[in-house]
Write a protein that binds this ligand. Structure first.
Ligand code: NAD
Ligand code: IPM
Ligand code: MN
Length: 360
């Protein structure tokens, strides 16, 4: 197939992991006979430095026109002055809004080999297979914000329609899994959470009565995620809670560097990015884990381009590497290899699989 994929490297380790993603896309194109046109654009701090804008018009237009977008990460200490007028993160938020990607899918399924990398007891990790569905274009991230004489405010608003459409995405995903949704909120305190609770219940009762729905308050959910992670299936929540809970869930997987995401719901193929940030503490050292970005490439192939066989192969290649004990030091400690070596290991597995397909 022909597809245009916009790559946005961003800041810190963003360019390092995006380069890994690009190599995997090139390999998949060659091995499966696709023609991917890979374009590259500035975002975040790099775009502030070059254009004075964290989402330059050219980047936005290219992403809107592309079949799918792959992003590394944005942000870093250079642009983190609390009084700064423009911030790298605004570029990412504006891009999510411009693409209309209101549903952010973040799967968390610890690889058996990662049990040692995770601080939790092995028995707690057995059977963990989660899919977070995080609302991505609403809530306090996008509400009115500002400062007044007394202080500052970030308004949190949700409409029923915003809650309904992301609930529908979660329901479709739950149908293909165990058919269970845990909706997470703070309904004992927040009015928006009470709207979430009633809207999700009403929508599922009307459209998906067979789905098992549980409600859970976010504070106790933060605990249950670590004490009984295997008891959940699909976790549906608002923007800010989803941001926080998925970094917490990264502990289950062994490293945040392993976790991918897909942001969907817009008109085109969506936005794909690892869930981690620009990791300024390790940027430039060659230590960044590229697997979260490569797994995001798999999600791009599956959800953005409808290439499920290719997506399965990329995910399987990462699994093979982890099983063989090949990965960066965030998961393998002193036995860890560099970003490029870990990427090369995935590419070697992909090349081997391609040779086998030709031989078969
Ligand atoms: P972070 O995710 O960048 O880093 C947290 C910790 O995880 C660090 O110790 C880091 O070294 C480690 N880590 C992250 N990714 C890794 C990888 N691939 N391999 C190995 N280790 C990895 O979070 P932070 O330090 O709170 O944020 C740094 C900057 O990143 C901030 O400016 C923040 O706004 C930004 N950020 C951007 C995104 C994004 O672009 N989607 C996401 C989160 C944070
Ligand atoms: C993420 C990040 C972003 C978010 C920031 C960088 C705006 O933390 O993708 O998880 O909060 O959504
Ligand atoms: Mn985050």
């Amino acid at each position: 197939m022909d597809a245009v994929i916009a790559i946005l490297p961003g800041d810190g380790i963003g360019p390092e992991v995006a380069a890994a993603g690009r190599q995997v896309l090139e390999a998949v194109a060659e091995q499966y006979g696709h023609c991917f046109t890979l374009t590259q654009h500035a975002i975040g701090g790099a775009a502030i430095d070059a254009f004075g804008d964290p989402l330059p018009a050219g980047t936005e237009a290219a992403c809107i026109a592309a079949d799918a977008v792959l992003l590394g990460a944005v942000g870093g200490p250079k642009w983190s002055d609390p009084n700064a007028k423009v911030r790298p993160e605004q570029g990412l938020l504006r891009l999510r809004a411009a693409l209309g990607v209101y549903a952010n899918l973040r799967p968390v399924k610890p690889h058996p080999q990662m049990v040692d990398a995770a601080p939790l007891k092995a028995e707690r990790l057995a059977g963990v297979d989660l899919m977070f569905v995080r609302e991505l274009t609403g809530g306090s991230y996008f509400g009115r914000k500002g400062r007044d004489a007394e202080g500052a405010f970030d308004e949190c608003r949700y409409s029923e329609a915003e809650v309904e459409r992301v609930t529908e995405v979660a329901a479709k995903i739950a149908r293909q899994r165990q058919g269970r949704i845990t909706q997470v909120d703070k309904a004992n305190v927040l009015e928006t959470s009470r709207l979430w609770r009633s809207t999700v219940s009403k929508h599922l009762a009307a459209k998906h009565p067979d789905i098992n729905l549980q409600h859970q308050l976010v504070d106790s959910m933060a605990m249950h995620l670590l004490t009984q992670p295997a008891s959940f299936d699909v976790i549906l929540t608002e923007n800010l809670f989803g941001d926080i809970l998925t970094d917490e869930a990264a502990v289950l997987a062994g490293s945040i560097g392993l976790l991918p995401s897909a942001s969907v719901g817009g008109e085109r193929g969506g936005l794909y990015e690892p869930i981690h940030g620009s990791a300024p503490d390790i940027a430039g050292t060659g230590m960044a884990n590229p697997y979260g970005t490569i797994a995001s490439v798999a999600m791009l192939l599956r959800h953005g381009l409808d290439l499920s066989a290719e997506a399965d192969t990329v995910e399987w290649a990462i699994d093979q590497c982890l099983s063989a004990g090949v990965g960066t030091c965030d998961v393998f400690g002193g036995k860890g290899v560099s970003t490029q070596q870990a990427t090369a290991a995935v590419l070697a597995v992909l090349a081997g699989a391609a040779r086998q397909r030709v031989a078969a």
